[in-house]
Design a protein around this ligand. Structure first.
Ligand SMILES: Cc1cc2nc3c(=O)[nH]c(=O)nc-3n(C[C@H](O)[C@H](O)[C@H](O)COP(=O)(O)OP(=O)(O)OC[C@H]3O[C@@H](n4cnc5c(N)ncnc54)[C@H](O)[C@@H]3O)c2cc1C
Length: 250
């Protein structure tokens, strides 16, 4: 993909962006190495899953610890998996995992789910799903792959171990939005709000992919957003070309 983009004139610069600002209509991208000015910018800095931050999580990520059932679910055919969380994503992905796993154990820190009632009802009706309430994961155990979860009941403080082949963590997804221009409108969780043209509320600034307020975060939706954003940005530049002058990189 990169080679193809380069053949069409795309220039790749591997630098960490530390700020995105505006000077009039002109966008100023500040990196650790310098500043770039642009007529238009497409933000696609992505998002990352919130971690549990418990021992074993980082070491066993990709070896039984996963943050994406749609991606990794099929690897757990006839296995026992745990899902951590109680929101829509946790429960929907838990239901999805029952297509493959023989048992899906939802571990939730409260005594009721936050997921929409209709999703909850589907989960409670599913014979493959079990629930452990008022409980958090204290440690993820396993030599080369996940084998056990060490749990603590938040009310009784009782510690227990359960055997699992995998654990899917759904305790939130965090946008990589630290560098964004403060005028860019975000939703309450910090994702960038756009219209169907991927345009943010700031003229000439677009967003695509996981950073965007969206219903599905997958490669296919991110690339689709990117195509729409690139088309929109080009159209915007043509329409506004006379309105500003852009200097080359400083
Ligand atoms: C564990 C996991 C597995 C997944 N598996 C699948 C799968 O199998 N199939 C599927 O369709 N989807 C999968 N997804 C989802 C998919 O990865 C995302 O939807 C997709 O990558 C989003 O693309 P994006 O370009 O918006 O963001 P990303 O792919 O996250 O790219 C964002 C880029 O921006 C860069 N960046 C961020 N901040 C800065 C900065 N300040 N300066 C410079 N660069 C910066 C990052 O380094 C990164 O390269 C998975 C997600 C996870 C977390």
């Amino acid at each position: 993909m990169r080679m193809q983009a380069e053949r069409f004139g795309t220039i790749f610069i591997d630098e960490e962006i530390i700020a995105l600002g505006m000077e009039g209509l002109c966008k100023v991208i500040e990196t650790s190495e310098g500043k770039y000015r642009a007529k238009s910018v497409i933000i696609c800095t992505g998002a990352h899953p919130r971690r549990l931050n418990v021992p074993g999580e980082e070491r066993l990520t990709g070896r039984g610890v996963s943050y994406c059932a749609t991606c990794d679910g099929a690897l757990y055919r006839d296995k026992v998996v745990a899902v951590i969380g109680g929101g829509d994503s946790a429960i929907e992905e838990g239901i999805f995992l029952t297509r493959f796993a023989k048992k899906v154990i939802v571990i939730h820190r409260r005594d009721e789910l936050r997921a929409q009632k209709i999703i909850q009802e589907r989960a409670f009706r599913n014979p493959k799903m079990e629930f452990i309430w008022n409980t958090v994961v204290q440690e993820i155990h396993g030599e080369v792959k996940v084998q056990q979860l060490e749990l603590v009941n938040r009310q009784t403080k009782e510690v227990s171990m359960i055997d699992v082949d995998g654990v899917f963590i759904y305790v939130g997804i965090l946008p990589n939005n630290e560098l964004l221009e403060s005028r860019i409108e975000l939703d309450s969780a910090g994702f960038v709000l756009t219209d169907e043209y991927m345009h943010t509320n700031v003229p000439g600034i677009y967003a695509a992919g996981d950073i965007r307020h969206t219903v599905l975060r997958q490669v296919v939706t991110a690339t689709s957003d990117g195509a729409v954003a690139a088309w929109s940005a080009e159209k915007w530049i043509i329409e506004n070309y006379d309105a500003f002058e852009v200097n080359s990189a400083e």
